[in-house]
Design a binder for this molecule. Structure first.
Ligand code: NAP
Length: 258
């Protein structure tokens, strides 16, 4: 299936590790140019070098998407380099959950800045260019957006807001030929779990097996970054030209709701 991504430009927040990096690799295989950002310079440099080794046309910028000026710098950096934007992916995120009394106002504010305002600012800043390209926006969210569990806030609340933002923008921007979708992740292999396994003193395969068993994933395993990248690259591509306003579970069947 030809995704027709050759020559297209896609911006991915949080593209220096995990799912974002898996998507960047996939888009590079499709001959797209990618811009990635993250806060940790060393991790970002390693990601950039890995992508360049694949022959990528890549821009890697240190940016914290909780800060409006960093999002603006990320978008303007890509425009300066390529003079176009065909896709934006708000993927940067982290796990943030716990009992109500465990998260103070600052924790809530930080989570909303990262997950909600990061998406708002990314699409708003890139909008003139998405209009020109009839491009696509994609949000990496979590299963909790539709099915919040106990002690899952603030993340589940930010994710539900992200889903509402996606749906609202899909209706607002559809008439301009811009599509907006979301992927709701269950449990997928990524850098955050590599760090989790190390912290638990466990081998990674055993850690993933335990995660899948504890969660009761119907397909019996956690997902792979490449499986996220396949779905995400499809949603960004011309092959998904009639798909917008969709929040698609990528969870091995784990979610209790459609
Ligand atoms: N993997 C899963 O099972 C799972 C489940 C549910 C939801 N998700 C969501 O999927 C997305 C990707 O997660 P992942 O599992 O791939 O995590 P990951 O391996 O930890 O990667 C997260 C990426 O986001 C970047 N990032 C985090 N905070 C940022 C900030 N404030 N500004 C800019 N970049 C930032 C990280 O780089 P720096 O740390 O250097 O900034 C890194 O590149 C996240 O939104 C996550 O919440 C993942």
């Amino acid at each position: 299936m030809d995704l027709e991504m050759a020559g297209k430009v896609v911006l991915i927040t949080g593209g220096s590790d995990g799912l974002g990096l898996a998507l960047a690799r996939r888009l590079v295989q499709e001959d797209a140019a990618v811009a990635i950002c993250g806060r940790d310079d060393a991790r970002l440099t390693e990601a950039r070098q890995g992508l360049e080794a694949l022959g990528a046309d890549v821009l890697a910028l240190t940016a914290d998407v909780e800060r409006a000026e960093d999002v603006a710098r990320f978008v303007s950096g890509a425009v300066t380099r390529w003079s176009r934007i065909d896709g934006v992916v708000h993927n940067a995120g982290r796990s943030a959950a716990g009992p109500l009394e465990a998260n103070d106002d600052a924790a809530w504010e930080g989570d909303l800045q990262l997950k909600v305002m990061g998406a708002v600012r990314l699409v708003r800043t890139a909008l003139p260019y998405l209009r020109e390209s009839h491009g696509a926006a994609l949000f990496t969210l979590a299963m909790a957006a539709k099915a919040p569990g106990a002690a899952s806030a603030p993340s589940s609340v930010s994710r539900a807001a992200g889903m509402a933002l996606m749906k609202s923008l899909s209706k607002e921007l559809g008439p301009e030929g811009i599509r907006v979708n979301a992927i709701l992740i269950g449990l997928v292999e990524s850098g955050q779990w590599v760090r989790g396994a190390a912290a638990a003193g466990m081998e990674l395969p055993a850690f993933y097996e335990r995660m899948a068993a504890n969660a009761g994933i119907p397909l019996g395993r956690v997902g792979r970054g490449e499986e996220f990248a396949d779905l995400a690259s499809y949603l960004l591509s011309a092959r998904a030209s009639y798909v917008t306003g969709a929040a698609i579970n990528l969870d091995g069947g784990l979610s209790p709701v459609v």
